[in-house]
Design a binder for this molecule. Structure first.
Ligand code: NI
Length: 421
């Protein structure tokens, strides 16, 4: 007897197969069968007729508590935006961070994200929210050198966090080291981070060349850009998750390819802040693993990965309509995200983690001979009917299980009012 069977939907495995009227079987947190039909019985059966059944979406770069800053600094230049946000962040309490994390986790469950990669402060609060909510996450305690504590204290506390939460919540939590950027952390500091990450077998999550200003500062400070800098200290491999990567030269792209680095594209945030356009089609053409992320909701305004997919597709088609096939975009939000974060998810196949979503496609916008294109360009989080993580149903028929939605929204409202005051 299996735990769960999802049957009758169009199964989009992201492993190359579309199975009409297909079946997915889940047992003990893992997918055990994907195919046409099975004689197996289960404790619970989900009828997915009229729906697409697919791997849960992976948000590979965010700062989830920043949901508290929805629209707070909207319409400002990057410099003004960051100043206003950082000033408000100085007053955030652990309880505020928890409220923001709950708000974000609720939005993610409701919009079909099953894993997110996060970087923020008071990250223990985020970890506890992940533990209680049932989502999967790769968490890094953010590090800006010289902010609040000395480098040694900071490294020690981040090491403690990484060790404490690694593999927690039935393995749903993995930890990373999260130095903010090569501008906000010195070379010596980043070398220490690299050593810690290597010793703990952890990934490193870092912002890379998000702004032209970072490029200028790095050239002035080190005579080279962040990619060359990180490469020179050995901090650019398959275990590195580099968010943004906008201001890259052709040589930088070659280095990223050569080192097998992971990039996270965050088009909504980049557009909202006028940060620039990452050369994603060129990176994909070289075979670099490019995942997708929303960044914090203070810039792009949402943690809905469907909106992010649509943005990614359309932004690059502005230059060349052939640049971003819809299936490639869907892969960025699933398969590529899983590879970037080193988790055994992102596709539906026996042996994979049972992180699955059921999307209602009995709607006008999905009437199409090309269901993938219709999903990427027409879907929003509201179309996700059911969200499953680790074989557990977190939302069924739009009803979130195990979270008090009213309280989450009320608490976040209080925290937001405190920020404004
Ligand atoms: Ni970011």
């Amino acid at each position: 007897m299996a735990d769960l069977i999802i049957k009758g939907g169009i199964v989009l495995t992201m492993d190359g197969a579309f199975i009409d009227n297909g079946t997915v079987v889940v047992d003990n947190g893992l997918i055990t069968f994907v195919g046409k039909d099975t004689k197996e019985k289960a404790d619970k059966v989900i009828d997915a007729r009229g729906c697409a059944v697919m791997p849960g979406l992976i948000n590979a770069h965010t700062h989830v508590p920043m949901t508290l800053f929805h629209g707070y600094a909207d319409g400002l230049s990057y410099g003004e935006w960051i100043k206003k946000i950082q000033l408000a962040e100085m007053n955030l309490t652990p309880a505020d961070v928890r409220s923001g994390a709950y708000l974000g986790v609720l939005e993610m469950i409701r919009s079909g994200t099953t894993t997110f990669a996060d970087m923020y402060f008071h990250e223990d609060e985020v970890a506890q929210v992940v533990q209680g909510s049932g989502l999967r996450a790769a968490l890094g305690y953010g590090m800006i050198e010289g902010l609040n504590e000395d480098a040694e204290t900071k490294l020690k506390s981040r090491e403690k966090f990484a060790k404490k939460w690694k593999g927690a919540a039935d393995g749903r939590i993995t930890t990373m080291y999260a130095p903010h950027s090569s501008v906000s952390c010195s070379k010596e500091f980043l070398i220490r981070v690299k050593e810690l990450a290597a010793r703990d077998n952890s990934r490193v999550h870092i912002h890379v060349l998000e702004t032209e200003n970072e490029l200028k500062t790095m050239k002035e400070r080190y005579g080279m850009c962040s990619i060359n800098h990180l490469n020179s200290i050995g901090l650019l491999g398959s275990g590195v998750v580099a968010a943004h990567c906008i201001w890259l030269s052709d040589d930088d792209i070659d280095i990223l390819k050569d080192k097998d680095g992971n990039v996270v594209h965050c088009p909504s945030s980049n557009m909202a802040l006028g940060a620039g356009i990452a050369p994603v089609p060129q990176m994909l053409e070289k075979g670099i693993n490019v995942a997708l992320g929303t960044d914090g909701a203070a810039s792009g305004g949402s943690l809905d990965m469907w909106k992010e997919m649509r943005s990614a597709s359309l932004l690059h088609r502005l230059k060349d309509p052939r640049a971003m096939p819809a299936y490639t975009v869907l892969k960025m939000a699933t398969v590529n995200g899983a590879r970037a974060l080193g988790i055994n998810a992102g596709a539906l196949a026996p042996g994979k983690l049972a992180d699955i979503i059921v999307v209602d496609i009995k709607k006008p916008q999905f009437m199409s001979p090309n269901p993938v294109s219709a999903l990427v360009h027409g879907a929003s989080g509201c179309d996700v009917r059911t969200t499953i993580v680790n074989g557990k149903v977190l939302m069924e028929d739009r009803r979130v299980v195990g979270l008090d939605e009213e309280k989450i929204i009320r608490d976040a409202g209080y925290a937001m009012r405190n920020i404004i005051e």
